[in-house]
Ligand binder design. Structure first.
Ligand code: NDP
Length: 282
């Protein structure tokens, strides 16, 4: 208990001393958000719009993107453009970055958030799906980061990678997804070191999220786990603030940080709890 209390106090202290967020810093900021047709990405687009940013949003469904972009304009975005793209295609990640840099005249924030649909079930040995999911959830992130680095370097910009608690803690029914998130944490964790060693202008933020109440997530966990889900709009705002204040990490909700620590301190207890939290009928 004492240990847990100390961790909570330390975490709160770190949060309080984090550099303050100035909403004005986002007025006119040039932002690219991926996976912005639904869920957390859509909510981030609306927040950036309210802050008066210039936004490019992307996902596969053009009609939905158009509606989100229109709402962004009505909320106060200086610009709201969209480009339909499939991140499973070789050339689409580059195409999207080039579009944003050209239309916005540079880039201040690259927010990588999209994920491909994946089953929530026992690993069934589907290698093809795993390979495809790596393309969408991982390689496209790496490709977009590479393509955008120059523009971000010029603007002293920020790259934000949306990851998951499952990128730090394996849980059942998510083998391909969890693997892509572990890979993201590894890649962008290394990049954080290297950019810092090179004294680069670019900041990288890695966001660890717990269960968020988006339609796609809720559909999956319904009847399988009974855990509280946190609001997508609040998750989105926390991600934006983390990027704007150039913090290396976000844990949302806050206790995901405690979970990443305690899973290593008490592995057998953690595993017991995890396996008994998931309903499984063989
Ligand atoms: P959603 O499933 O709601 O949204 C996914 C987005 O990605 C949609 O805009 C979708 O649009 C787009 N997308 C899907 N496939 C492709 C593709 N092949 N190419 C391009 N875009 C694609 O996800 P969430 O909002 O729930 O999650 C957002 C982020 O948060 C993800 O990185 C996720 O891992 C992370 N996260 C979410 C949690 C949760 O509980 N919700 C928990 C932990 C992390 P379209 O179909 O139009 O292409």
């Amino acid at each position: 208990k004492v240990l847990l209390a100390s961790v909570c106090v330390a975490y709160t202290a770190v949060k309080w001393t984090a550099p303050g967020f100035n909403p004005e810093s986002l007025r006119g900021a040039r932002v690219l958000v991926t996976g912005a047709s639904t869920g957390i990405g859509e909510q981030m687009a609306y927040h950036y719009a309210r802050f008066g940013a210039q936004i490019v949003i992307t996902a596969r469904r053009e009609k939905v993107l158009q509606q989100v972009a229109e709402k962004c304009l009505s909320l106060g975005a200086q610009k709201a453009l969209y480009i339909a793209a499939d991140m499973g295609n070789e050339s689409d990640p580059d195409k999207v970055v080039d579009f944003a840099v050209e239309k916005l005249g540079g880039l201040d924030y690259l927010v990588l958030n999209h994920i491909g649909p994946t089953p929530f079930s026992m690993w069934d040995g589907d290698l093809e799906h795993t390979r495809w999911l790596f393309k969408v959830n991982f390689f496209s992130y790496v490709q977009m980061a590479k393509r955008a680095l120059n523009a971000l370097e010029q603007s002293k910009g920020s790259l934000v990678a949306v990851s998951s608690l499952l990128g730090k803690m394996p849980t059942p029914f998510t083998a391909p997804y969890t693997s892509t998130k572990f890979a993201l944490n590894g890649f962008f964790g290394v990049l954080q070191h290297e950019l810092s060693m090179k004294k680069s202008n670019v900041s990288i933020s890695i966001c660890t999220l717990g269960l968020i109440d988006t339609e796609s997530a809720m559909e999956k966990v319904r009847g399988v786990i009974d855990a509280p889900a946190y609001p997508a709009a609040e998750a989105g705002l926390n991600i934006i603030i983390t990027g704007a204040t150039r913090q290396p990490e976000l844990y949302y909700p806050w206790f995901t940080y405690i979970l990443t620590l305690t899973k290593d301190w008490f592995p057998s207890v953690t595993n017991y709890i995890i396996q008994n939290t998931y309903k499984y009928v063989p």
